[in-house]
Design a protein around this ligand. Structure first.
Ligand SMILES: [Zn+2]
Length: 99
């Protein structure tokens, strides 16, 4: 597995600096056809966003871009899951059908 450090240091979530004790992993689909993880990494490295996750997995290469330290509190799930879970998004090509 290739892991690329791409911490979103300009994202407000990163700046808020809260830490968590990790209890699990949430693996999500980004829900749109954009296989290129670096597109998300570029778009999310700014202030004014109300979302931030720990990583993106590239839909073509499988490369993992780590976008928050693993023990940083993400802005990802609704409810309390942000307090305990790492959040990672899978990027997907256009052939995926969403139902
Ligand atoms: Zn998600």
């Amino acid at each position: 597995m290739k892991l690329v450090q791409s911490i979103l240091t300009k994202n407000d979530c990163y700046k808020s600096g809260r830490k968590i004790t990790v209890k699990g992993l949430m693996l999500h689909s980004v829900g749109c056809s954009q296989p290129n993880a670096s597109v998300f990494v570029k778009n999310w490295n700014r202030s004014g966003l109300e979302a931030c996750v720990h990583g993106f997995i590239d839909g073509n290469t499988g490369t993992v871009y780590q976008t928050l330290p693993w023990n940083h509190r993400g802005w990802h799930a609704g409810g309390a899951a942000n307090n305990t879970h790492i959040g990672v998004e899978m990027c997907e090509p256009a052939c995926i059908k969403y139902t």
